[in-house]
Design a protein around this ligand. Structure first.
Ligand SMILES: Cc1ncc(COP(=O)(O)O)c(C=O)c1O
Length: 383
């Protein structure tokens, strides 16, 4: 396999010639082709009007590309408005009245994957949080203490949005299944920057969104549901686009689609489908394994250099324990982010850390500019 021409690919993101952009964990840089796709939507609206045939195709193109990305079947993918929408649709199909009422989440969750499960307490769910160990990581031994025969679902993030740590999803899934529980993974901070094969991981459900490493836009997400599980799951969060026959317009009953479309709801976010189709196309042409290798190279370089300047990241060092984000502790994370931005270096912050997130379109100069600024700012903010 020949390596992609990363230098040429970088030119497709005009922002990168103006900024050191280390913020893909919040929102990706915009590719020319994605901008063109937004413009195409405008053209279609101006000149064609209601272009429903094309719009349905765009939604299906996103479904097909997400399936390709995850190594799943298109019928196992629901195209949703957000990750939250996918989790809510799934949660609405689960019962928590019986013995298996436990949902195991982790302390690394993005709020939505905790709050929605806590919202199920009204239906009888008991939500438990797997805490981090003394080294700051959440290993299998931590999950071992809380996943049991009363667990219905283990719902965990693949990469933590706060500290960039990557969990052992295959290992957690094996443990969940051995104890009769199902497994949901939140891929949001991983998909596009980490190769994900839902069949190899053997997860039952996966959610994510299009605006970060998938190069698309806000306002679109997905839910993967393993084919064999779909018929028994009847969401009460529903809508006409979740029906077996959308055009039947039948108001006499709820007839859910036999596929993962049953987790969808209303009119698709058409403009977001245009943009996300283009973003996914770009990413899949680069190839996620190639993107992941490039990201690992850059994050490793960044973490090594941070050690050298005496300001180490809290993100785990081992390649298999981290994703595209490097988190660095700071006394005044918001102030530091602002000082970096004043130097045209775009990062973000969560809690008491700044986050530098890398994609394949970053390069060694970005690492160099970031480290030089951090070295300079070290005396103003050091823990
Ligand atoms: C891990 C993770 N999950 C979920 C989300 C967002 O979910 P939603 O699409 O519902 O806004 C994010 C956004 O930053 C995230 O980082």
């Amino acid at each position: 396999m020949t390596s992609p021409d990363f230098k040429a690919l970088r030119r497709e993101f005009p922002l990168l010639s103006r900024k050191t952009y280390l913020n893909s964990g919040s929102y990706c840089a915009l590719a020319n082709s994605v901008k063109d796709a937004f413009n195409q939507y405008m053209e279609d609206r101006l000149l064609v009007g209601a272009n429903w045939d094309v719009w349905v195709m765009k939604n299906e193109a996103v479904r097909g590309s997400v399936a390709q990305l995850l190594h799943a079947l298109p019928d196992e993918i629901a195209v949703t408005a957000s990750a939250s929408a996918g989790i809510n649709a799934l949660a609405s199909a689960l019962e928590f009245g019986g013995e298996r009422n436990k949902v195991v989440i982790s302390d690394f969750e993005f709020p939505t994957n905790a709050q929605i499960w806590h919202a199920q307490e009204k239906k009888g769910a008991q939500v438990v949080h797997v805490p981090r160990a003394a080294d700051g990581y959440i290993g299998l031994e931590q999950f071992d203490k809380l996943i049991d025969e009363r667990t219905q679902l283990v719902a965990v993030t693949q990469v933590c949005f706060r500290n960039g740590a990557r969990l052992d999803i295959a290992g957690i899934t094996r443990m969940a299944h051995a104890r009769g529980a199902k497994m949901l993974v939140d891929t949001y901070q991983a998909a596009g920057g980490v190769e994900i094969d839902v069949k190899a991981l053997n997860v039952d459900f996966a959610v994510g969104g299009l605006l970060k490493y998938l190069l698309g836009t806000a306002g679109l997400g997905f839910l993967y549901a393993r084919r064999e599980l779909i018929p028994a799951l009847l969401p009460t969060n529903s809508g006409w686009f979740a029906q077996e026959n959308i055009t039947a317009m039948d108001i006499s009953a709820n007839r859910p689609s036999p596929t993962a479309r049953r987790f969808e709801a209303g009119t698709p976010a058409v403009v977001n489908c245009y943009a996300s189709e283009a973003g996914l196309k770009f990413l899949l042409e680069v190839g996620v394994p190639a993107a992941e290798a490039r990201i690992q190279q850059l994050t490793r370089q960044c973490m090594d250099a941070l050690e050298e300047i005496g300001w180490p990241a809290i993100t785990p060092r081992a390649d298999e324990r981290r994703g595209p984000t490097v988190a660095i502790p700071a006394r005044d994370a918001s102030g530091l982010t602002a000082k970096l931005l004043a130097r045209d270096i775009v990062t973000s912050y969560r809690d008491n850390c700044i986050r530098a997130s890398f994609h394949f379109y970053n390069n060694e100069d970005d690492v160099g500019a970031f480290i030089a600024a951090m070295r300079e700012l070290r005396s103003t903010d050091r823990e």
